[in-house]
Design a binder for this molecule. Structure first.
Ligand SMILES: Nc1ncnc2c1ncn2[C@@H]1O[C@H](COP(=O)(O)OP(=O)(O)OP(=O)(O)O)[C@@H](O)[C@H]1O
Ligand SMILES: Nc1ccn([C@H]2C[C@H](O)[C@@H](COP(=O)(O)O)O2)c(=O)n1
Length: 231
């Protein structure tokens, strides 16, 4: 490179999928921060639309009712990995979307095809707008949302490890009950017809059961750097 001309690094798109509690959010945020990329939590978007449905008295058990209003709420995600945000119609919902009620209803809402079409379009617009690149985490990013992502990772971990991690977060929560709730949500997310939770054929699978979070982050950062170098 001559006369100190700036080196331009092409934007990189990283898809991180996997079941609940495998470390997608923690890993994605840290990798994005370390590499100067944007970060998108797509689970938060499905939680946000679920929160809006609950708040507006929509019958979650009626897919036709959910489909009819899927286009109404305006969902905005802040993609700074050090301070991700989520609003619905201008209201900060980052707290309420983590409630037990939303967690228990999000799988039903996210199984409705009209909801998925709406949220998938939104996710693609964030990926297209990310100047340096983006880490997008979810369930169907590598298979459906961004099938041309530069790198696809599929995180796994045993149900026991995932339940222990979640119980550690929810102080005093019963590990056995947490494990059952995780397994139930995974089954619903994997079993739905519209864009189920699945590993893309070209995804790299990382079993995090016996890895520390730091080891998982290092592993993914290395994979991104290798991709860029090969690029
Ligand atoms: N490798 C790891 N070892 C130990 N704890 C971990 C590891 N990865 C993540 N954790 C912890 O497990 C918990 C769940 O992680 P995280 O929220 O990142 O998972 P997730 O896959 O995004 O879950 P969900 O899909 O339900 O949002 C967090 O408390 C996190 O700090
Ligand atoms: N790409 C995605 C992301 C999330 N979902 C649904 C299914 C999950 O149970 C729920 C909440 O996700 P979490 O916050 O636990 O990561 O959202 C989906 O269908 N597709």
């Amino acid at each position: 490179m001559e006369n100190g001309a700036a080196r331009t690094v092409p934007a990189v798109i990283v898809a991180i999928d996997g079941p609940s509690g495998t470390g997608k959010s923690s890993t994605s945020k840290a990798v994005a921060a370390q590499l100067g990329l944007s970060y998108l939590d797509t689970g938060a978007q499905y939680r946000a639309i679920t929160w809006w449905m609950v708040s507006n008295g929509i019958d979650i058990g009626d897919p036709t009712a959910v489909a009819a209003v899927a286009g109404k709420p305006e969902i905005v995600s802040g993609t700074d990995p050090s301070a991700p945000t989520i609003t619905v119609d201008g209201t900060d919902v980052s707290g309420p979307i983590r409630s037990q009620e939303v967690t228990s209803k999000v799988s039903a809402v996210s199984a409705v095809p009209e909801v998925r079409t709406r949220i998938t379009e939104l996710q693609r617009s964030y990926a297209a707008a990310a100047e340096t690149g983006i880490v997008v985490e979810g369930r169907d990013i590598g298979t459906t949302v961004l099938p041309d992502a530069d790198l696809k990772i599929f995180l796994t971990a045993s149900p026991e490890a995932r339940a222990a991690r979640r119980s550690g977060e929810l102080k005093g929560a019963d590990v056995q009950a947490t494990r059952e709730a995780l397994i139930k949500r995974d089954a619903a997310d994997s079993g739905r017809k519209a864009s189920p939770l699945a590993k893309a054929d070209d995804a790299v699978e990382v079993d995090t059961t016996d890895l520390t979070l730091q080891q998982v982050i290092e592993c993914v950062v290395t994979l991104v750097e290798e991709k860029r170098a090969a690029g």
